[in-house]
Design a protein around this ligand. Structure first.
Ligand SMILES: Cc1ncc(COP(=O)(O)O)c(C=O)c1O
Length: 388
């Protein structure tokens, strides 16, 4: 009888398990060696040098590529390295169209590469049909999508934008960091490449900085792999080992973290001192309908506007315990951050204003703690503001 095609949760847990040729180790052994023996002249084995190839990096790349539905993947030393690697596909002076509310580091990288004369960049509101149409008229070489966007959780139509971008000959790269392949499959929606900061949900334990680029097409993968080796941005073996170890629990983590996030979003939505909640899991969110179509869940990231001043934000963030006041996201522990002064401080105040990232915006990465403890902490955090 033919075997059932494994689902994402099964691939995540069982791919690369039990295939150690040396000792039959069930979990992939760690290979730290920077160099590999040749059997003789012109007799290179599967690996020769650690920058060019490594079994742990390959194991991680295989699992993520299988989950994303790609031809293969390149594992890099960070999410930024992953994005920069994909940008090698842009010809000199080509145009890159990116979201105006992308991650601050991505914004900085694109601006810096533009200043350097590598390519042109246009930052647009990708949820505006007119802005997208106008940008595509300029025949970009690459369209970068980040959905939901960081930190405003704007949901971009990956299928629609990919189709329109392909029509003008652009490559579509989608940053899937915020949802992971457990909640969104951009390649199936029409994107050509998926990038990840694997620092976040893929690793999931806030103890590795890494990135992954997944290509739908074999030839594109080859180009990316060539550049990764040429520029030396490939990830370290131990980081890959840890990241694959973390990845094994992705679906279970996401299920609980998302369930916790839904409760927090509902609590914040009803709170008198919150003027707005950005979360595509709320029926009131402008991205709700689209998220229902292209995501298999709303995820565990959300942002909200505190109804108050920057000073109130300072009070709100002054004594957090369950939520650590820190940048990053996607780990088992809950994090709280002020994008304007933390994750998005690399953007100018004008660029932040255009993107809608204001001084009263607070972002949450909802973790695996007990939901009642998370809610109890948020209630306490509102207390000092309630008194003023
Ligand atoms: C959406 C998104 N993409 C890329 C990055 C960059 O990843 P890294 O910090 O691993 O370089 C981040 C970092 O926060 C991010 O949030």
């Amino acid at each position: 009888m033919p075997r059932k095609t494994p689902e994402s949760a099964t691939i995540c847990v069982s791919s690369q398990i039990g295939n150690d040729p040396a000792f039959g180790a069930v979990t992939p052994p760690l290979y730290l060696s920077s160099t590999y023996k040749f059997a003789g002249l012109d007799q290179m084995g599967q690996y020769d040098y650690g920058r060019s190839g490594n079994p742990n990096r390959d194991a991680l790349a295989t699992v993520v590529a299988q989950m994303e539905g790609g031809a293969g993947a390149a594992v890099t030393s960070s999410g930024m390295a992953a994005i920069d690697l994909a940008l090698n596909l842009v010809p000199r002076n080509g145009l890159v169209v990116a979201p105006h509310d992308c991650y601050g580091g991505t914004y900085r990288l694109l601006e810096a590469r533009q200043k350097q004369g590598r390519f042109q960049v246009e930052f647009i509101n990708q949820t505006s049909e007119r802005a997208v149409e106008r940008a595509l008229d300029e025949k970009p070489a690459l369209v970068l999508i980040e959905t939901p966007s960081n930190p405003l959780m704007r949901v971009v139509d990956v299928a629609g934008l990919s189709k329109a971008a392909h029509h003008v000959g652009a490559i579509v790269v989608c940053d899937n960091t915020f949802l992971s392949p457990a909640r969104q499959l951009p390649l199936a929606l029409g994107a050509d490449i998926v990038v990840h900061s694997s620092t976040k949900y893929i690793n999931g334990h806030s103890d590795v900085v890494g990135g992954i680029v997944v290509a739908k097409d074999e030839a594109v993968l080859e180009t990316l792999t060539w550049w990764a080796n040429c520029t030396g941005v490939t990830g370290a073996p131990f980081d890959s080992f840890l990241t694959l170890r973390g990845l094994r629990t992705l679906h279970a983590r996401m299920d609980v973290q998302e369930a916790n996030a839904i409760k927090i979003a509902e609590f914040l939505h009803a709170h008198p001192q919150v003027s707005k909640v950005y979360y595509p899991g709320l029926a009131s969110d402008p991205g709700y309908a689209l998220a229902q179509r292209q995501q298999s869940g709303p995820g565990a990231m959300l942002s909200f506007e505190l109804a108050g001043s920057r000073e109130d934000v300072g009070k709100f963030l002054s004594d957090t315990h369950v939520f650590q006041l820190a940048e990053s996201l996607g780990g088992t522990e809950s994090l709280i951050c002020h994008p304007a002064s933390m994750t998005h401080r690399a953007m100018t105040p004008e660029a932040r204003a255009t993107a809608g990232i204001g001084e009263t915006l607070i972002r949450l990465s909802v973790g695996l703690e007990s939901s009642s403890d998370q809610l109890a902490e948020l209630k306490v955090l509102f207390t000092p503001i309630s008194k003023t």
